[in-house]
Design a protein around this ligand. Structure first.
Ligand SMILES: [Zn+2]
Ligand SMILES: [Zn+2]
Length: 122
């Protein structure tokens, strides 16, 4: 059940940049939809995440691949936000957020290898 729409109260600070708002974009490389947001308030990271929510096993698998996972906080009347999923947040038990992981682009250009082994003449 969804209650009546409530306007944000006038004292709500909307002037502060709310830069963890997740925007849906297309990955410039593989053209897959990604969530993009600045996560963190001090040193915000430009995060590109896959929009597909992960269950616990998938999150563990993603973390084992070295991917970072984030909470996607969805609110019926507010833009979705990506939140850093710190150890404390995880330890606090299951949260109500969706969990998403970094977008690892399948079209990432080949890893920079300035010289292949064939170049090692010396
Ligand atoms: Zn969470
Ligand atoms: Zn991509």
């Amino acid at each position: 059940m969804i209650g009546p729409k409530r306007k944000p109260p006038p004292w709500l600070d909307t002037s502060q940049p709310q830069n963890d708002r997740a925007r849906t974009q297309l990955c410039p490389r593989c053209r897959q939809p990604i969530l993009r947001a600045l996560v963190g308030h001090v040193a915000a990271l430009d995060v590109r995440a896959d929009p597909t929510p992960l269950d616990l096993a998938q999150e563990v698998a993603a973390r084992l691949q070295g991917r970072t996972t984030y909470c996607l906080r969805v609110h019926p009347h507010l833009p979705a936000r990506l939140i850093h999923r710190g150890p404390e947040h995880i330890r606090a038990g299951r949260c109500t957020h969706l969990v998403v992981a970094d977008h690892h682009c399948p079209r990432t250009p080949a890893p920079a290898e300035p010289h292949t082994t064939a170049d090692r003449l010396f």
